[in-house]
Design a protein around this ligand. Structure first.
Ligand SMILES: C[S@@+](CC[C@H](N)C(=O)[O-])C[C@H]1O[C@@H](n2cnc3c(N)ncnc32)[C@H](O)[C@@H]1O
Length: 285
């Protein structure tokens, strides 16, 4: 396992993923009942944008660092994302938050989360970042196995009726990751059918995604939505031309909440013919 997210932190894919994550967490917080978040591939939680890894690729320059600071008239979901990043980095300027830090920041007293990271150094760093937060448990373990072990979610006597599962693997096996994701989702949906699931995916060549999407559409979820941001046309096999998030059991009117934001994001982060898409693989009944 060679992947280190520090080389990619704050890039256009992180911006899309974390903007959607913040919007999903906000949707869960519209009700008072407790919720549980499971982050299966969590990373180290905080990234130094001036550090050696981020500096080597400069990917954040084409992502988070390209976004204008909060300005009047900004689409609400983009403003909320920028606010969440600012709040989680207030005491660590020059850093960028990973998904478990954004999750931890969003939790209320009644909510809980688990963050899984397989790579020992990354898991140790994440434990340091989240030390002192009793609401989040960090596990150094395989995220797919954790889905089996930790769903349906509970914490002591509390059983959670609502929740979010984020699956954000590094795709070192490229298309070989798809069967692992499908098997994990199929099993998780039996254990926790009402949960919302968010799966990140890279976009290189569009046709390789079609069989994966067809199988996603057959999973036993109430709805399935693909949310995509392309910074250049999706025909280069060598580069990540964009990325997407597949949502299963999509919150009510979530597409409408993002509709105005995605074109603004594509305009801000795009290189050549940028594009954003909201595509239902299965519409809610
Ligand atoms: C794309 S990064 C995660 C980024 C993080 N979700 C975020 O948004 O800030 C993927 C992470 O998964 C870890 N990883 C790889 N295989 C794993 C597995 N089977 N289970 C859990 N973590 C794994 C990698 O070490 C890496 O830190």
């Amino acid at each position: 396992m060679n992947y280190r997210h520090g080389f990619h932190a704050g890039n256009h894919a992180d911006v899309l993923k974390h903007l959607v994550l913040v919007a999903l967490l906000d949707a869960l917080k519209r009700k008072d009942g407790p919720f549980f978040v499971l982050d299966s591939h969590a990373g180290r939680g905080r990234y130094d944008l001036a550090g050696s890894q981020a500096s080597r690729t400069g990917e954040a320059q084409g992502g988070f660092l390209r976004l204008p600071p909060g300005a009047p008239g900004m689409p609400p979901a983009l403003a909320r994302y920028l606010e969440a990043v600012a709040e989680t980095t207030l005491l660590a300027p020059g850093t960028y938050p990973g998904s478990p830090l954004l999750v931890a920041h969003a939790l209320r007293d009644q909510d809980r989360a688990a963050a899984c990271e397989l790579q020992p150094e990354e898991a140790a760093a994440l434990k340091t970042v989240l030390a002192g937060d009793p609401k989040v448990h960090v596990h150094q373990r395989d995220g797919y196995a954790a889905l089996k072990a930790l769903l349906p979610p509970k914490d002591g006597a509390t059983r959670f009726a609502r929740g979010l599962v984020l699956i954000d693997p590094p795709y070192e096996a490229q298309e070989g990751e798809y069967p692992l994701i499908l098997a994990a989702l199929n099993d998780a949906l039996q254990r926790f059918p009402q949960g919302t699931y968010a799966v990140w995916y890279p976009i290189k060549q569009r046709p390789s995604l079609h069989p994966f999407f067809r199988k996603i559409a057959t999973l036993p979820a109430k709805s399935a939505l693909a949310i995509e941001l392309l910074v250049r046309p999706d025909d280069s096999p060598l580069r990540m031309n964009g990325s997407g998030l597949l949502l299963l059991n999509v919150p009510y009117r979530f597409d409408a909440r993002l509709a105005g934001t995605l074109p603004a994001l594509a305009k801000a982060l795009g290189e050549q013919h940028p594009e954003s898409r909201l595509h239902w693989l299965r519409r809610p009944a």
